[in-house]
Design a binder for this molecule. Structure first.
Ligand code: ZN
Ligand code: ZN
Ligand code: FE
Length: 754
């Protein structure tokens, strides 16, 4: 007979881990106990040596679906001649490192779905059914250990029937922390546009459904925050929503009642249908069918539609009742964070929503929907939030604990701790005060959850970034990291490339502060250890008007033409700008007034898009560049344009631009042809530059590599030339993933200082 003490950390709370251990111990006839601790789960196990060894093996092999063990420590202790195995009360309030992971929110499981569809079940049509296999986690967790008293369900007293389930180890609701039923749990309410209560429960759902049917905009409180719902078939409703939200062109996400109902509108591969139905249940960007009857205004000029399936009982019930797809866009104003509280929503969404479908289960933190797109046969995360955050990303060779504040656009923070990095949910653009508040809450939240005291705070080198100023104000040691270096390191880290290996980062995005104080964005960095060397870059060009040229791609085009010595009057751009605009821009460029120089690949995309006449406005980041991606012809016979490159340093794209203007003006080529040839030229450029870098691994990162046309062709060509291309998938390749690389670098840099 022996007795062992086991301590496990990782995703072991809120996943049915204790009942699993309980059942396993009983199967093997072992005695002892299991309990939650701030670090995860503790087990004591007593019995014959064979049975105890068997227990350890089975433990690893038969883990519950959403569980994973990050670390297991074990040691022998004196036996107590115990006879039975029990689930003990949690060891709360202990001081020590918190290493248990809070799980992401998990989509409705099949068994709970069956419950709410069964008229004889006591949870029939109940919008808040859940169990240990599904339901909210991260969005309701207030503290660790993950027990009911530490969630936003703390105010709901379980009824007898619920309590019995909660306490029965054999029940799938055993210690399901948000366990609830119509008798004891949260309920729906329907409020009018000024927040007055009109109806409750099933009546509330019905009232909201009727409003949506009538073409109204309804703010709907979900799992991680509010959505704005509207009938996706109703062009007028969409126009009203776009006007009220001041969102002229950015694609709107859709929620379909079921997978079957989505199939007639979008093409769904087997893999994509798995993602839609996964426990993360993200928005998946899917190619729209030519026969789709939905209005074009859902995603103007975009061949894809962002689609998700109902991921909570609540979403299931309302979409089933409606029977048609709804627009389900973030319940926020502009770039502010999504609303999570009822009063706050009524206040902030006033003038946008015609009514509010709310509930009384508080949301602990805002968690947006995640966005996934297929790229090179695999899932690529464009926005990491619900269903993914705060799951850690394992990273090699980390050092001291470090916190990273990310960048100012698409902000997310990260925390490097032990052998993993916890990348936060998407927070938003730090330009608004609301978002900066959300940012500070998220930092406090992440540190408190893990009892985390960082050795340093990493931020971007941009001197006027809010995120940098906040890092300085935090009072910690600040480590400022070059923007594109952070992108490259983040990409390498999630692909298991450590600091000992030299790799080549191709980092292309819109804007990043360069070491020479200019704006970078078309960078080729040779990375090794904690250092990088700027091996090559796109020839810089002037950006008349600065910020304005970011919103209006025609001005980026003027800058490029000027740099290439091409007269504007010799291009179609002359027809799309007034003489006055052209003259003013020319003066600004010549005198260097409000005209930064940039090596940005994103701006080069903008310029070509404008020259092709595809987009005159960036209504949202990347709009013009995306138009160029979508326009590109797949005809394989189209050739690349020439560039000049000496093997290191500046890449001269001026011959390319001259060829583009010739194609458009003299050859009367279509934008489809020019867009394709432009993409091929960039692929050529990457292969050519990489060939001189003496690295096998090529990390493709930065927002430009969300362009699947570019990414997939680059991967194929690099592989054909003997390289190993890697790209960002778990963390967004846009600035949403910046904090990952920052955290990794800061962690290693602090260790090297010690
Ligand atoms: Zn369930
Ligand atoms: Zn109950
Ligand atoms: Fe960037």
């Amino acid at each position: 007979m022996i007795r062992l003490h086991l301590e496990l950390s990782g995703a072991v709370q809120g996943v049915g881990f204790r009942p699993f251990v309980y059942q396993l111990a009983n199967e093997l006839g072992l005695a002892g106990w299991v309990r939650n601790s701030v670090n995860g789960v503790e087990v004591e196990i007593e019995g014959g040596a064979d049975a105890v060894n068997g227990f350890e093996a089975e433990l690893q092999e038969r883990l519950p679906a959403h569980a994973s063990i990050a670390r297991l420590d074990r040691w022998a202790i004196p036996k107590e001649n115990a006879r039975d195995f029990r689930i003990a009360a949690s060891a709360a309030g202990e001081i020590g490192a918190r290493t248990a992971d809070v799980l992401p929110d998990i989509a409705l499981c099949d068994e709970c779905l069956a419950d709410i569809r069964d008229p004889s079940n006591r949870r029939y049509a109940y919008p808040f059914a859940n169990c240990t296999h599904c339901g909210p986690r991260f969005s309701i967790a207030l503290d660790l250990p993950y027990d009911r008293a530490n969630t936003t369900m703390q105010g709901f007293q379980m009824c007898e029937a619920c309590l019995e389930e909660y306490e029965s180890p054999a029940n799938r609701r055993f210690h399901a922390q948000p366990n609830a039923c119509p008798d004891c749990g949260p309920q729906l309410s329907w409020l009018n546009r000024s927040g007055t209560l009109l109806s409750e429960c099933a009546d509330a759902l019905e009232s909201a459904a009727i409003a949506i049917e009538k073409g109204q905009i309804v703010a709907v409180k979900g799992v991680g925050g509010f959505h704005l719902f509207a009938d996706a078939r109703n062009t007028e409703a969409i126009d009203v929503l776009r006007k009220r939200k001041n969102r002229p062109s950015k694609p709107l996400a859709l929620m379909f009642p079921s997978l079957e109902s989505a199939v007639s509108e979008v093409e769904i591969s087997e893999q994509e249908s798995e993602w839609l139905q996964s426990s993360a249940a993200p928005i998946v960007i899917l190619p729209r069918r030519a026969t789709s009857s939905l209005p074009d205004s859902l995603a103007p000029g975009n061949p894809g539609l962002g689609v998700m399936l109902p991921y909570s009982p609540f979403h299931y019930l309302i979409t089933q009742r409606l029977g048609f797809p709804v627009v389900a866009t973030s319940g926020n104003r502009g770039d502010e964070p999504i609303c999570i509280e009822n009063d706050e929503a009524v206040e902030r969404l006033r003038g946008i929503a015609d009514g509010f479908l709310v509930h009384d289960r508080p949301i602990a933190r805002a968690v947006d929907d995640s966005v996934v797109r297929m790229a090179a046969g695999r899932a690529m995360l464009l926005r990491r939030a619900r269903g993914y955050a705060p799951s850690p990303i394992p990273v090699k060779d980390l050092g001291e604990p470090a916190l990273a504040f990310g960048g100012d656009l698409k902000n997310a923070i990260a925390l490097a701790d032990g052998d993993r990095v916890y990348l936060s949910q998407h927070i938003g653009d730090l330009a608004t005060l609301e978002t900066r508040r959300a940012f500070e809450r998220c930092v406090a939240d992440f540190c408190a959850m893990r009892d985390f005291a960082p050795a340093a705070v990493a931020c971007d080198r941009h001197p006027s970034y809010h995120s940098r100023q906040l890092a300085v104000a935090s009072g910690n040691q600040v480590i400022a990291i070059q923007h594109h270096h952070a992108h490259a390191v983040g990409c390498a880290s999630e692909n298991d490339v450590g600091p000992e290996e030299a790799y080549f980062g191709v980092v292309w995005d819109g804007t990043g502060y360069g070491d020479d104080d200019s704006v970078w964005g078309g960078e080729f960095l040779r990375c090794e250890g904690n250092e990088y060397q700027r091996h090559a870059w796109l020839r810089p060009f002037p950006l008349p008007g600065g910020e304005k040229a970011i919103r209006d791609p025609r001005f980026a085009a003027l800058g490029c033409l000027h740099e290439a010595g091409i007269e504007v009057e010799d291009t179609f751009l002359a027809d799309r700008l007034s003489k006055e605009e052209i003259a003013v821009s020319r003066r600004m460029i010549e005198r260097g007034i409000n005209t930064p120089r940039t090596s940005s690949a994103g701006r080069l995309f903008d310029a070509v898009s404008a020259l092709c006449g595809l987009r005159e406005r960036n209504g949202y980041e990347g709009e013009a560049a995306m138009a160029l991606e979508f326009a590109a012809s797949t005809d394989p016979s189209l050739a690349a344009y020439p560039i000049i490159f000496e093997g290191e340093g500046e890449i001269d794209w001026r011959p390319l631009l001259n060829a583009i203007v010739r194609d458009l003006v003299d050859e009367k080529q279509s934008p489809a042809v020019v867009a394709a040839r432009f993409h091929h030229s960039l692929v050529d450029m990457i292969v050519q530059v990489a060939s001189g870098a003496n690295c096998e691994t090529i990390a493709l990162s930065g927002g430009c590599f969300q362009n699947v046309f570019l990414l997939e062709r680059t991967i194929v060509r690099l592989r054909a030339s003997g390289f190993r291309p890697i790209w960002s998938r778990q963390a967004p390749s846009n600035d949403g993933g910046l904090a990952l690389g920052q955290a990794v670098l800061a962690s290693r840099i602090v260790s090297s200082q010690a």
